[in-house]
Write a protein that binds this ligand. Sequence first.
Ligand code: FAD
Ligand code: SIN
Length: 525
Amino acid sequence: MRKKVDFLVIGSGIAGLIFALKVADKGKVCIITKSNVEETATKYAQGGIAAVMYTPDTYEKHIRDTIIAGDSLNKKKIVEITITESTDRIKELIEWGANFDKKESGRFDLAKEGGHSEYRVLHHKDSTGLEIERALLNKIKNHPNIEILENHFTVDILTQHHLGKKVNRKTSDIACYGAYILNPETRKIHTVLSKLTLIATGGIGNVYNTTTNPLIATGDGIAMAYRAKAVVENLEFVQFHPTSLYNPNERPSFLITEALRGFGAILKTKDAKEFMHKYDERGSLAPRDIVARAIDNEMKLSGDDYVELDCRQLDRNELISNFPRIYAQCLSTGIDITKEMIPVVPAAHYVCGGIRVDEYSRTSILNLYASGECASTGLHGANRLASNSLLESAVFSHRASIDARQQIESIDFCDEIPDWDAGGTVLNEEMILVTQSLKELQSIMSNYVGIVRSNLRLKRALDRLEIIYMETEDLYAKSILTVNICELRNMINIAYLIIKMAMQRKESCGLHYSLDYPVKKRNYS
Ligand code: FAD
Ligand code: SIN
């Protein structure tokens, strides 16, 4: 199949859907999603979306909190853009039908999470992402100009490389002409030509053993942009959420929202002793990097497999009414959170870096935008402030749409792009070759490139990765493509980038903590 669309959107989370909605009156939009349309990290977001709504909160305070959490590695201009546009983007989500909890007074019931100096997190109980995804999909499904291709996998974006021209990261006019899309049912690869393309493929959590991310989060968009010679950055800053439910048999790990700590839950060791005050005066509500490292250290000191989160002192009815999903999930594993402590461990949760974009979400490749978790706007610096990512997606998909609406008239399709050539490939009959390599990869990343790193661990990780890389490239070249092989290849690519960027950073900073360099605290200015 060969197809032409004005706008190609890869991903159906908050970033993809907002962009699609905002450009659809300018041309045909095709959204590609590798699972069913709702299966996104967006759907699982619990705590909420941060925005400045009322005094005593101010844009200045939110900007300051974001930069302090980010260890001052943030791009200040981008932080200012994001925060000052936050209120308008929230109003828009509400106009589109998203409901956020309110108090009896009619004002929003704002929550507080780690690193926030004010109550500013809008939420829908503990299922905020699901509510946003529902509202956006409701609008999208009725739109005559938007088509959604579910269960289709984007293999690579198309550039001059596919016309036989040599490009490298210094080539200034690399352009995107669409993408090759695999239909796993027919095993056919389609050519979708587009005038403008948005990569909104989400995160990378599955590179690690333990993650809160859904199975779709395999870094595909970042890997395909990197292969197409786009600039990628800051991938060493992988955020581990301090509190995922300890349940070794479950993948992904169920998140215990930080809003629960904002509500008064306290971190304790297994023998019910508080420990966070030893690490930070903000206690259980210190920024995530600090809390995750503290838990990691406590687990190493005690030899325990988890620490505990204690909610027993909280009002029972309010606890259940505000966190119904967490209450039900824990109960299903035999834990009544009103009576027992919740066993928790840190889990890979969010990647702060990704495909570098400017203030209109333009990548270094012409006609290609990136938004959402796969993009690196510079908002998060070395560590994301909780609940800033849904906001970032809303702001930068909006900004990408402003640019795309202006550009679309002046762009033509590139009809010369050839169809995919599968010549000489055969079906890989041995799935073990893929599944075993994936397990090895996840174990390398968790053991050597996790919360605490060192030069020796990183070197060892790179050496081990090299073997899996060579084997997988060989398998990829010989095989009729499947989603599993493509995802493995992408995750190896992401792992390589995380390790390389971690090796290049000769300091401890935000989420990158190295035993070889003394902690150097940057100053907020
Ligand atoms: P996603 O929502 O992950 O969507 C990615 C899309 O890309 C999916 O449709 C997927 O199928 C598609 N895709 C990927 N690869 C391909 C491919 N090769 N071909 C075709 N399609 C592809 N952030 C907050 O701000 N507040 C929160 O409270 C919060 N809670 C969270 C809780 C959990 C459990 C998790 C995992 C994350 C949370 N986050 C939160 C982070 C936030 O949810 C994500 O960063 C955000 O939703 C990412 O949105 P996105 O649109 O970029 O990607
Ligand atoms: C949470 O609810 O703790 C997650 C919030 C986030 O990742 O921003």
